[in-house]
Design a protein around this ligand. Structure first.
Ligand code: ADP
Length: 426
């Protein structure tokens, strides 16, 4: 039997527990029940869902799923985390089923922002679906967690300075907006004991400024009044997502060059002032995205503590994105394999693919080998495509025909990739 670990050696691992929509159980009770269950489980810890024991009727009745998270980075000995090395941190949450509440501007019926209660059903699974080179997601999560902790502990900002602004920049379609939403969702779950309520307000800077500037002024005022009201509730964590912040800089530049009414500069400045004011509230995290990779000249962006470049997916990320797409098509029965006993084919992840390709003899049939080779060929072929284009590929390939069997489908997909690539303007 393993040596008992001393408490301080233990590795903290998050365990997320999603309640059924119908559950009315107290989160504290569920948390205790899950902790008890984990104590009796005595298994290793890897990322992914775990089963609830059949005889645990309380958990069976109330819990939709239990997931272990973030183990991948912590793994020390031979890739396995054993139960006695781990101290689970259990987070219990219930998804809000309300969709976005859009704020329509009276006369024009144009929405200038949308608002979600978090954690929202709309964003469930988004974090897991985003694939980046190792560390990006964890880095963002840790950064935000530290920022919230500093605030929580009342660290004096005059002595140690930090802020709660994150800027993700990079080419369009690389998942920046989705990553911001997914991060907000994660944080709302991880910080639910400190902040029982979380809200996300999404502002599209471009649409805010593509209107008459006189109206923009009103919109900005209304928007921030609303945000201010949320922030005043000190048990609410507020995320403000500002997409395409470069349009603020563009609006200001246009105003300076005289091609826009000088009103616009006042609006941009008003927005920046409001943002600055908001920054001093402890329960706000500002998330911004920009499709411009060069420096953006905006005061508050300069002060963003984390500026992360989000680039086109690497080979490994492309492989994982395509794999998750194909696995979904297999799950839904849109694709099948020509081998009858093979209905539940699990496509290997990138790391185990390498093993499978090198030790083919022990790893099953020639048919499988063909699938793995096609898959990696497809991932190689789509170099330079964005994550957004990748997630559309299987659909386009399906529409292009020949798709009853997985191997044929992969062939069609490779042809589709080559066609897509030739249609991308340089
Ligand atoms: P951006 O804000 O960078 O333009 P979006 O967040 O709108 O990108 O991304 C569009 C969609 O593309 C996402 O919802 C996601 O499905 C897909 N996508 C983009 N990048 C990735 C990635 N790295 N991994 C997985 N999916 C991705």
């Amino acid at each position: 039997s393993p040596p008992p670990a001393v408490a301080e050696d233990k590795i903290l691992i998050s365990v997320e527990v999603c309640l059924k929509p119908s559950s009315t159980a107290r989160t504290e009770d569920v948390k205790l029940a899950v902790e008890r269950m984990l104590e009796n489980r005595n298994l290793s810890y890897v990322d992914g869902p775990i089963d609830i024991p059949q005889d645990d009727t309380f958990l069976k009745d109330n819990v939709q799923r239990i997931c272990i998270c973030d183990t991948e980075e912590r793994v020390t000995n031979h890739g396995i985390l054993l139960f006695w090395q781990v101290k689970p941190l259990v987070h219990v949450f219930q998804l809000s089923e309300e969709g976005p509440c859009e704020d329509l501007d009276g006369d024009s019926q144009l929405s200038s922002f949308s608002e979600w209660m978090l954690p929202a059903k709309d964003f469930d699974g988004m974090w897991e679906s985003l694939v980046y080179e190792s560390g990006l997601k964890q880095r963002l999560l840790k950064y935000a967690a530290s920022a919230l902790l500093f605030t929580e502990k009342g660290v004096d900002p005059l002595l140690v300075s930090w802020n709660r602004i994150i800027l993700l920049h990079g080419p369009p379609g690389t998942g920046k907006t989705s990553l911001c939403k997914a991060l907000a969702q994660k944080l709302s779950i991880r910080f639910s004991s400190r902040y029982p309520h979380s809200q996300l307000v999404e502002v599209n800077a471009h649409s805010l400024f593509s209107k008459w500037f006189s109206e923009s002024g009103k919109l900005v005022a209304k928007l921030f009044q609303k945000i201010q009201e949320m922030v005043e509730e000190d048990n609410t964590l507020v995320f403000v997502l500002i997409d395409e912040v470069e349009s603020l800089a563009a609006a200001r530049k246009a105003a300076l060059s005289g091609s826009e009414p000088s009103d616009s500069i006042r609006v941009v400045n008003a927005l920046l002032t409001q943002m600055d004011k908001l920054k001093s509230s402890p329960n706000v995290i500002i998330l911004t995205t920009s499709n411009i990779t060069a420096a953006i000249d905006i005061a508050f962006v300069d002060r963003a503590d984390i500026k992360a470049y989000v680039g086109p997916p690497t080979l490994q990320a492309r492989y994982e994105i395509l794999r998750s797409c194909l696995q979904e098509l297999l799950r839904t029965g849109i694709l099948s394999t020509s081998q009858d006993d093979d209905n539940e084919l699990i496509l290997p992840n990138y790391a185990s693919l390498k093993d499978k390709l090198t030790s083919a003899t022990s790893q099953g049939s020639e048919y499988h080998l063909k699938i793995w080779n096609h898959l990696i060929e497809a991932a190689e072929a789509c170099e330079g495509l964005s994550g957004r284009s990748l997630r559309k590929l299987p659909f386009l390939a399906h529409a292009n025909g020949e798709c009853d069997d997985l191997t044929k489908f992969l062939q069609t997909m490779i042809n589709t990739i080559n066609r897509e690539r030739s249609e991308i303007p340089d």
